[in-house]
Design a protein around this ligand. Structure first.
Ligand code: NAD
Length: 455
């Protein structure tokens, strides 16, 4: 099937060097056609980066609305520049999007960035990776590189994807290449973007590694090669586990400081003046987003399979998941001081996004805070300039305007997300009472902070 016959010449079998050489050439002269599966927070910025340096990019996504938006040059991801997307789609015509999998054989490289959520039981839910792999597997052709960027447990690329990709009879490391290169993007981070954040790459073998490293090296300043795909998968889940554990440590300190009547923010700021042996992490109302609350559970699940208990992960998860309850407990104490029963109280939540200056409210601790307050019959409203409305299961809310009336009308305002562009001096001085879970009012004078309680 892969014999390449030229008229009058002896049939010459194509070697891996031929296949790899062709793909490497296409990568180097940027004629390789790049498919990006999943045009979300990870996929769309990646597609734009690749298109900007000259690659022809085809986005594949099951979401018809997203595909239509991309094809119209309309941006819907904060980390993507509106004008750059327009330029790439409408002017340079280097990005198109489709829902049709039949485009797969036309592509040289497929980068997969689909969700890797958890099931209700906190176990890995790989249905998106599996579905995509099945679609690609049906259409794979010789000479392609497939790279999984979704965060997942060690072994996914080799044990879940690879068996589905060889069903057509193609030989990995000879006919096609397979790698894992975890995405490290930090949404909203202006200093470190996809382009200047080093990229870890692991292949299912040396040829896959070489091709994948060459592909990523074209646009990313530093590519870190590891010995296999599982090592790359573990690198990513470890990075997020490291964050989850350290956040849990400072969250625990915050709860202890509350009992000791000490200011945790002051203690941490003092501790972080030490120039070595420590790095800054700050407490908050809990962890949110698509990474920190989820990824450590991927590792925890894998460890259990090997009869190994990851105690740090379990403990960190327990502490971080308990933070919304701690916030509510502090809120009820403040309302009590004001002589207000929860069922007669109005609480305003300032910021519902999981992180500053983002519109993403997935897994945001604000959801849990709102649910717990509502369970005590508190009347809850919110304001978030980035989230005009949201709907999560039975919880559907619309943002209130940030006005003097709203702040004065709330018995308590709880700051959950410290978006920039909000006048916190005015908020702190206007709110009837305020619980600041992010120390956003740090720079205000003692007078301005008179009605502010910190986490
Ligand atoms: N968002 C982040 O900050 C971030 C950072 C690093 C890594 N990651 C990881 O990257 C992966 C993607 O995350 P995201 O935040 O970009 O997700 P997302 O939800 O923003 O985007 C995923 C896209 O995949 C599409 N999709 C889902 N199933 C599909 C299918 N079967 N066929 C075609 N398209 C399909 C969805 O329609 C969606 O547009 C996850 O594994 C995540 O953990 C995310």
């Amino acid at each position: 099937m892969f014999a390449c016959a030229s008229p009058g010449a002896k049939t010459k079998m194509r070697t891996v060097q031929d296949t790899k050489g062709e793909l490497l050439n296409k990568i180097r002269n940027r004629t390789a056609k790049v498919g990006v599966v999943g045009l979300g927070y990870v996929g769309l910025p990646f597609a734009v980066e690749k298109a900007k340096v000259g690659f022809q990019v085809v986005g594949i996504d099951g979401n018809v609305g997203r595909v239509a938006k991309v094809n119209a040059g309309e941006n819907y991801i904060g980390d993507v520049d509106d004008e750059e997307l327009k330029q790439m789609v409408l002017v340079d015509k280097r990005i198109t999007a489709t829902t049709n999998w039949d485009v797969v054989p036309e592509l040289d490289i497929l980068v997969i960035a689909v969700p890797t959520p958890l099931t209700r039981n906190l176990t890995p839910d790989l249905q998106f990776v599996e579905r995509v792999t099945a679609e690609v597997g049906k259409r794979i052709r010789p000479g392609q590189l497939i790279s999984l960027e979704s965060t997942t447990y060690p072994g996914t690329t080799e044990q879940i994807m690879l068996p589905k990709l060889v069903l057509t009879g193609l030989v990995p490391e000879k006919d096609f290449f397979l790698a894992h290169s975890p995405e490290r993007v930090d949404p909203g981070n202006k200093r470190y973007t996809t382009k200047n954040t080093s990229k870890v790459v692991g292949g299912i073998g040396p040829h896959s590694l070489e091709v994948a490293a060459a592909f990523y090296g074209e646009t990313i300043s530093h590519v870190v090669q590891v010995s296999n795909a599982s090592a790359a998968e573990l690198t990513k889940v470890f990075e997020n586990t490291f964050r989850a554990v350290n956040i849990a440590l400072v969250n625990e300190l915050a709860m202890l400081c509350d009992r000791m009547e000490l200011n945790v923010w002051e203690v941490l700021d003092a501790a972080f003046t030490k120039p070595f042996g420590i790095m800054p992490f700050y407490p908050g109302p809990g962890v949110g987003g698509h990474c920190i609350p989820l990824d450590p559970h991927y590792l925890e699940w894998k460890a259990k399979e090997l009869n190994f208990e990851t105690r740090f992960i379990a403990l960190a998860g327990e502490i971080n998941r308990g933070m919304p309850a701690f916030v509510c407990e502090k809120a009820f104490k403040l309302l009590n001081k004001l002589g207000k029963a929860p069922s007669r109280s109005k609480v305003g939540i300032l910021g519902v996004a999981y992180k500053r200056d983002l519109s993403d409210w997935r897994e945001s601790p604000s959801m849990e805070v709102i649910k717990q307050l509502r369970a005590m019959n508190v009347a809850v409203t919110y304001h978030d300039p980035f989230v005009p409305q949201f709907e999560e299961h039975e919880l559907a809310m619309t943002s209130s305007a940030l006005t003097t009336e709203w702040l004065e009308g709330n018995d308590l305002t709880i700051l959950i997300t410290d978006h920039t562009g909000i006048d916190y001096k005015w908020v702190a001085e206007t709110a009837t009472c305020m619980l600041d879970t992010r120390n956003a009012t740090k720079k205000l004078s003692v007078q301005s902070r008179e009605r502010v309680t910190l986490l």
